[in-house]
Design a protein around this ligand. Structure first.
Ligand code: ACO
Length: 402
């Protein structure tokens, strides 16, 4: 019932594209996706090669600066990040103010937002040096903030970062270690988490990245923009999906493991019942990241002895869905988060931390996209149009006459 004559505005034709199904809002040279062919590349490099041969730090450099670093460049980048891992003691106090059962995602976004109060002298988006220092601060401090959000939720003491460790190791140590006690790193676990971060590092104009760009287009600083991205990621249709997948598997398990019954409920579109971890706006084929995550899940769960019953349920669910007409017709395949929750659980993370792990992985993408947007002379403030469907003009009725 829309009046299409309203599609003409003062600036010409307006396209109505709910959910931006067909509208590009920017140009970008960072990530390439071909959703039909199931292809994902960062700066031209295929995701499987990066997952296999690269590291999260290297991919972070690649996404932000556009090229793979030399050994010297990578070493210098690593050292610069390590110098910024500490949080200001006053910022540490913030964590005390949240209720103990606070979800760690809003804790994360609040702390990132608060960074702009601690570094007020370096927030100018058009000063390259200030952007660089904000980039390093954010990359270095988000793992510390994430670990503190976890420690807060379990009532354990915070650990200061140990800058003899790399980024992922330091995060695991601050999360699972105890002050004054040695923490034995499991190199396989570090490698697996590093690889999952690589897989999450960028995904072009997804909901959270578009949010970072939209907020940043008003020339809001990097911390403010990324904080908004974290809130967008919190939603169950985006980053919250990894938490929802595990909750779904547990619910199926509690229901006696009756997968066909669950699939029927999904197909009947019972309110709130979706096959979480399936489907993607862009991929209409197997998500290339999901295949790598699936093989990582096999390795990690074998090694750590995670919940193999849930893994079996996930595998059966995938098999049944992939051979069912409902899913075939709609081109619904597992996405990156169908198996990640199982790995995170086996590593010892509580379900509520899963989306925080996604945020840690996605950070380089948000930063790279924000910097590309700021540096692009074509950028204008993001300001979508609308189609007004409300009342036409009417006269005000005083309160006593209503
Ligand atoms: N389970 C059951 N049916 C689904 C699912 C699903 N997971 N996903 C899509 N469908 C159905 C829809 O009901 C719709 O059916 P219809 O044509 O009969 O109405 C059809 O497939 C098309 O789906 P849309 O919702 O229009 O697709 P859209 O691109 O808007 O949504 C999304 C994509 C949000 C990812 C969706 O597939 C979904 O909700 N998946 C589950 C949540 C999830 O896993 N999110 C993570 C995404 S990846 C990420 O952020 C890392």
């Amino acid at each position: 019932g829309l009046d299409t004559s309203k599609l003409l505005s003062s600036t010409g034709q307006v396209a109505l594209d709910i959910g931006f199904m067909n509208t590009a809002a920017c140009t970008s040279a960072i990530t390439y996706i071909d959703g039909d062919a199931g292809i994902l590349r960062y700066r031209g490099y295929p995701i499987d090669q990066l997952a296999e041969q690269s590291s999260f730090l290297e991919v972070t450099y690649l996404l932000i600066y556009g090229e793979l670093p030399t050994a010297d460049e990578l070493g210098a980048f690593d050292q610069r990040i390590r110098r910024h891992t500490l949080l200001h003691e006053d910022l540490k106090q913030f964590f005390k103010g949240f209720p103990r059962d606070a979800h760690p995602m809003p804790v994360l976004s609040s702390a990132v937002s608060a960074l702009s109060t601690f570094y007020q002298d370096s927030l100018d988006p058009f000063d390259e040096e200030q952007v660089e220092i904000s980039t390093l601060r954010l990359l270095a401090k988000l793992p510390t903030i994430a670990a503190y959000a976890y420690k807060k939720s379990v009532g354990q003491p915070f650990l200061y970062p140990d800058n003899s460790c790399g980024l992922v190791e330091n995060f695991l140590r601050m999360t699972f270690g105890f002050p004054a006690e040695p923490y034995d790193q499991d190199p396989d676990l570090v490698k697996a988490l590093d690889r999952l971060f690589v897989l999450h590092a960028d995904h072009e104009q997804n909901c959270s990245t578009s949010t970072v760009r939209l907020v940043g287009s008003s020339q809001a600083n990097l911390f403010a923009s990324v904080s908004a991205g974290i809130n967008a990621l919190f939603g169950p249709l985006h980053g919250g999906a990894n938490q929802s997948v595990l909750e779904m598997l547990e619910a199926i398990q509690a229901d006696g493991g009756d997968i066909p019954r669950f699939v029927e409920r999904v197909k009947n579109k019972e309110p709130g019942v979706k096959l979480m971890g399936f489907g993607h706006r862009v991929y209409k084929n197997y998500d290339p990241r999901a295949a790598i995550v699936k093989s990582t899940a096999d390795t990690v769960l074998d090694k750590l002895g995670g919940n193999n019953e849930l893994l079996d349920l996930a595998r059966q669910l995938e098999e049944i869905a992939l051979s069912d007409d409902y899913f075939i017709q709609r081109k619904l395949y597992p996405n990156v988060d169908f198996y990640t929750g199982l790995i995170y659980r086996a590593m010892g993370f509580p379900t509520r931390m899963f989306t925080v792990l996604f945020a840690l992985g996605r950070l380089p993408g948000w930063i790279a996209q924000w910097r590309e947007m700021i540096a692009d002379p074509a950028t204008r403030i993001g300001r979508p149009r609308q189609l007004y469907t409300g009342e036409t003009e009417r006269s005000f009725v005083p309160l006593e006459k209503r």
